[in-house]
Design a binder for this molecule. Structure first.
Ligand SMILES: NC(=O)c1ccc[n+]([C@@H]2O[C@H](COP(=O)([O-])OP(=O)(O)OC[C@H]3O[C@@H](n4cnc5c(N)ncnc54)[C@H](OP(=O)(O)O)[C@@H]3O)[C@@H](O)[C@H]2O)c1
Length: 417
């Protein structure tokens, strides 16, 4: 195993140990079950043991971390208690030291790791799986393997740790032109968006395709706008606040719809209920807003979904004949309704999608390296503000794009730029 044991037990954040020297303890932001609830109270910094790594793992000295919605859910302990779930599978930890997006420096590699070495400056993608999972061994998409898990949400020792533990296949080159915090903020959302848009052939973005992007100024949405645009598609953005309009146009949107101009949100009324006619009028006028932007009667080939309950009936309605609604979350609720008449007669596809495999993460990282996708770093907070950043996200008060927090980086704009 490439690395040395440090003589010092614990380093302050930013007091960088000699390259490859790993102390026995580290700082880590974590939640515990007895403080599940508001993210600002649930996330706290503690000192824990640096984890052991396996033969195919790496340990990364984290310079900065991205902030993602999954760890809002982890803080709430809802819809899944990630700690209890792991304990049921035999893991002993009574905490969740999370974080699914990191930039940093490799400090230790397992005996069977050949793709990275100590000293490499890297970013980490969050698709994990067991290398010996028969599905993975057979060469099929590992994100569909029974052992697939989201790093730093379903697994422990993520990017809010001074030293993060990851599988070596998760490691990708840090783009040279980005700072630590810019590099830390995009990968989870960018790779998830890329899989939604390019992972479900034949429903992939092609030149001229119209793609409707919900939450377009959010972390996922900002990535989706740019990916669609880079691939020659025509992204239409949905927002709830006029302050986000210009941001979306700057990220490649061909037009922007404010969802507050409509009121037909939520589950579909019973199709025999008079309220259904009001819903249908709202959905039709939303569809017309898409046509008005395009200047033609074209419906979106792909609807990029994540709000779920509030919006899915509309997504299903406006999606093109033979098109796809691709969904990776249910931010507004999980109890989705759909008018099946439009679904089957127009032969639409409703596709679930979750994080990304190595190829997808690498492809979107390449778009970032080529400067075709900007990480959209919105704000950089200090390590102590990890809980605050999640609280902002929980209240939908966070700035447009992707947030980052410093971990071992001691000041903003560190890193080669
Ligand atoms: N499965 C995966 O692999 C995966 C990966 C990444 C993220 N996610 C999930 O995807 C969701 C979005 O993540 P994110 O990072 O983009 O979060 P985000 O930055 O908070 O953006 C979400 C956006 O959704 C919009 N929104 C909120 N409530 C809505 C509603 N009722 N109807 C329509 N739009 C609504 C908001 O935009 P407006 O208010 O401007 O419309 C908000 O900006 C989260 O639930 C997250 O957990 C899943």
């Amino acid at each position: 195993m490439e690395s040395n044991v440090s003589t010092k037990e614990l380093y302050d954040l930013g007091d960088q140990p000699p390259l490859g020297e790993v102390p026995s303890k580290m700082h880590a932001f974590m939640v515990r079950q007895d403080r599940f609830g508001k993210p600002i109270d649930a996330w706290k910094s503690e000192v824990i043991d640096v984890p052991e790594i396996g033969p195919k793992d790496v340990l990364v000295y984290v310079m900065a971390t991205g902030i993602n919605y999954n760890n809002v859910w982890a803080a709430l302990g809802y819809p899944v208690d990630v700690i209890a779930t792991r304990q049921k599978k035999g893991e002993p930890e009574t905490f969740h030291a999370g974080g699914s997006d990191a930039s940093g420096i490799v400090y230790k590699v397992g005996d069977n790791v050949s793709n990275v070495k100590v000293g490499d400056e890297v970013v980490i993608h969050s698709g994990t799986w067991q290398a010996d999972d028969p599905w993975v061994v057979s060469g099929k998409d590992p994100m569909l393997a029974p052992s697939a898990k989201v790093w730093g949400y379903e697994t422990n020792y993520g990017s809010y740790c001074q030293f993060a533990k990851a599988q070596s296949h998760q490691i990708l080159k840090k783009p040279d032109h980005l700072t630590w915090e810019e590099s830390a903020c995009y990968m989870l959302c960018a790779s998830t968006a890329y899989r939604q848009l390019m992972g479900w052939a034949p429903h992939t973005v092609e030149k001229g395709d119209v793609v409707l992007v919900w939450g377009a100024a959010g972390g996922l949405g900002a990535m989706a706008l740019q990916i669609v645009s880079a691939l020659g598609g025509r992204p239409i953005a949905v927002i709830s606040d006029e302050g986000k309009r210009q941001f979306c146009m700057d990220k490649g949107a061909v037009g922007v719809i404010n969802r507050n101009d409509f009121s037909h949100w939520g589950p579909l009324p019973d199709t025999d209920d008079p309220a259904f006619n009001n819903w249908m009028a709202g959905a039709r006028s939303f569809g017309k807003a898409i046509w008005d932007i395009l200047g033609e009667r074209t419906n979106p080939k792909i609807v990029f979904e994540h709000p779920g309950e509030a919006t899915l009936p509309t997504s299903g309605f406006v999606c093109a004949l033979g098109g796809m609604v691709v969904v990776c979350a249910g931010t507004s609720g999980y109890n989705v309704t759909l008018d099946l008449r439009y679904h089957w007669m127009h032969q639409k596809r409703l596709q679930g999608s979750h994080v990304a495999n190595d190829d997808e993460a690498s492809a979107v990282n390449e778009l970032v390296i080529q400067k075709k996708v900007d990480p959209c770093l919105s704000e950089t907070y200090d390590y102590e503000q990890i809980g605050h950043a999640h609280q902002l996200m929980h209240e939908n008060k966070h700035p447009s794009g992707n947030m980052a927090c410093l971990v071992n980086a001691t000041s903003r704009a560190q890193g080669s730029k």
